[in-house]
Design a protein around this ligand. Structure first.
Ligand SMILES: Cc1ncc(COP(=O)(O)O)c(C=O)c1O
Length: 411
């Protein structure tokens, strides 16, 4: 079985992380060297426990009046709007449009009002949408643009879009160049960044033990990414009637269920800071290149399957390769039978429209997520296996079209 995602970390990095558990380095020094290296001495970055921690810090530092509105592009992880709500703010969803998930500018114009203080745009699946249009609309109103780059990191030099006031990056378990946690924030306003740093310094530090447990989990997950162990464990799980996908997603979860703010409010531990720095320094760009080549191979192989590959040929690092179909469940089942663990939505959810009274209820984002199937695209997938996966999809596609046509004729 080819897993949907592989942990993007080498055994050497894991060993380095394990050794760093015993590092005697001063935490402030470790934090400073990571931040100044990433910002090339521009002094505009902050290393945090996670992207969500950075977002929580940002909202705390902004001290917005209760009832202020935070606009979110409609698809993200549920914690992001929840964090805003916990700050007494009102999350408002802006629909996103196929094929590149950019926010609907007409709706954005309608939703903007004097209570709108922040807009959060998630760059999804490795896609990087130009924010110039968003800035042209919200900039004159003084709305802070936050760019969620959790799925968009591809090289240390890219520190977010120039239009964003804050670009937030995640190095969580399933992300590109993972450090098994950690976030980096680039903040344009030095006063805001200073205030975030001041607040973070009041938090307790993540314990080395907590980070050690992440390193051990990651080692198990890395072993499970090999095809033979994955097949054995997934068959074992089905024999024992255990939900294997749920088991895996539990192991990759950054935080436990429970009070999220309490868990986010920690300073990153020294070994986490050290591993983040190493990953930024040594991440092989050839992996991103290979991902892009794999994506291009998939795109070419599926070009005859009309409307399946919608992602435009734009700036992309292909964290995942989404395809779109109304028969998602059937395609996933066929791919599973052939040894490809394709998946749907993962932890992504539509931003709930129930936070705001003035927002029309809309199922658009949910419908979009239901139509999406993520194909594995990581560098370890060989060209022969990509071709086999695409041929499975093409055969499936032909059978779907044949059934549709026979229905049309019988009507
Ligand atoms: C779109 C998006 N935003 C935010 C996050 C949260 O990142 P972190 O786990 O570093 O808090 C994720 C993580 O999966 C994500 O996919």
């Amino acid at each position: 079985m080819w897993a949907r995602l592989r942990l993007d970390i080498g055994w050497n990095d894991l060993a380095y992380g394990l050794l760093s558990i015993f590092s005697h380095r001063d935490s402030n020094a470790a934090q400073k060297s990571l931040e100044s290296e990433w910002s090339e001495e521009r002094d505009d970055s902050l290393a945090c426990l996670s992207l969500r921690s950075a977002f929580d810090l940002l909202l705390t530092a902004l001290k917005l009046p209760r009832g202020s509105e935070v606009l979110f592009s409609a698809i993200t992880i549920p914690d992001m709007p929840l964090i805003a709500a916990r700050h007494g703010l009102i999350p408002v969803s802006i629909p996103v449009r196929e094929p590149d998930f950019r926010v609907d500018i007409d709706v954005l114009k309608e939703l903007l009002n004097e209570r709108t203080k922040v807009i959060v745009v998630a760059q999804l699946f490795g896609n990087r949408v130009d924010l110039a249009e968003v800035q042209a609309i919200v900039g004159p109103q003084g709305v802070l643009i936050v760019e969620d780059c959790a799925q968009a990191w591809f090289c240390p030099e890219w520190r977010g879009s120039p239009e964003a006031d804050a670009s937030l990056f995640s190095f969580g378990m399933i992300k590109t160049a993972t450090a098994l946690g950690g976030g980096l924030a680039r903040i344009s306003d030095p006063d805001l960044s200073k205030e975030m740093r001041r607040i973070q310094a009041t938090f307790p530090r993540q314990t080395r033990r907590a980070y050690l447990s992440k390193l051990l989990k990651a080692s198990v997950l890395k072993l499970l990414a090999y095809r033979v162990p994955l097949s054995i464990v997934s068959q074992l799980a089905s024999l024992l009637k255990m939900d294997f996908a749920k088991l895996l997603s539990g192991m990759t979860r950054g935080f436990r269920h429970g009070d999220i703010l309490e868990q986010l409010r920690r300073q990153p531990s020294v070994p986490l800071l050290e591993l983040m720095r190493r990953c930024l320094r040594t991440y092989p760009q050839s992996r991103i290149l290979q991902r892009c080549q794999n994506a291009e191979r998939i795109r070419m192989a599926l070009r005859t399957c009309e409307s399946l590959c919608l992602l435009p040929d734009c700036e992309q690092s292909h964290w995942l390769f989404p395809i779109f179909t109304d028969q998602a469940a059937s395609l996933i089942a066929v791919l599973h039978e052939q040894g490809f663990d394709a998946a749907q939505r993962g932890s992504l959810q539509p931003v709930s429209t129930s936070f705001s009274e003035r927002q029309p209820v809309s199922d658009d984002a949910d419908a979009l997520l239901k139509r999406m199937v993520f194909l594995p695209c990581y560098p370890e997938l060989s060209s022969a296996e990509i071709d086999r996966m695409c041929s499975v999809i093409r055969d499936w596609w032909c059978s779907v079209v044949a059934v549709l046509q026979s229905h049309q004729f019988s009507d």
